[in-house]
Design a binder for this molecule. Structure first.
Ligand code: ZN
Length: 210
């Protein structure tokens, strides 16, 4: 895909997520790997009003070389590319239901959401919780790297999800599946629930390796 097509795709998918309430204000950010570096959404810009020509361009070393200044959360994206060799894109949102789950007291920090549906298992799989760090704390980068090495999706406590995909479409589909599963999980609170069995999960993983 040409860089101009990649720019158009970022704008299209960002607007789509914004219009469906997955992101709001100037929150959320997207990056995509291009031949000579990365494209990233700029800081302080709403996802429904991105300009393909003004997306931030970073070189192979992560230096900002063109377009508007990148998101302040650019370091989160760099962590993902550092530890996941086949990462083609990264999406990070402050999507409501995922953030709500990240604030719950009694969740399994090694894998936050149960395997409620086959598509959750296929698109997300495992979701470790990254402990809370204040914005700008460099320790967050190390914590994300550690957990991102074992799963292509992580949930930042009291903050939101970060998801890596081989392509931007893959990352968007996965983060949308994660958000919907978080919503289901909250809907089912207080009710006896029957998630997929460990055998059903391992059968899916064997049939649809990520
Ligand atoms: Zn964030």
């Amino acid at each position: 895909m040409s860089e101009s097509a990649q720019r158009e795709l970022i704008v299209e998918l960002a607007k789509s997520m914004f219009e469906r309430g997955l992101t709001f204000g100037s929150s959320g950010n997207i990056s995509i790997r291009v031949d000579d570096g990365w494209l990233m959404t700029p800081t302080g810009t709403s996802m429904d009003r991105l300009d393909p020509a003004r997306l931030s361009k970073l070189d192979e070393a992560g230096r900002h070389i063109a377009g508007d200044a990148p998101t302040k959360e650019a370091f989160l994206h760099r962590c993902c590319y550092d530890v996941r060799e086949n990462a083609g894109a990264v999406v990070h949102l402050h999507s409501t239901h995922s953030v709500a789950v990240s604030c719950l007291e009694e969740i399994d920090h090694s894998d936050v959401l149960p395997a409620l549906t086959a598509y959750y298992v296929m698109r997300v799989g495992k979701l470790p919780l990254v402990p809370y760090f204040a914005p700008g704390d460099v320790a967050l980068a190390e914590a994300v790297k550690g957990l991102m090495s074992e799963s292509h999706a992580v949930l930042l406590a009291n903050h939101g999800p970060v998801v890596v995909g081989k392509s931007l479409e893959d990352a968007v589909y996965a983060i949308e599946e994660l958000e919907e599963t978080a919503r289901l999980y909250l809907l089912l609170q207080g009710q006896r629930t029957r998630p997929l069995t460990p055998q059903q999960v391992s059968d899916l993983r064997a049939k649809f390796p990520s």
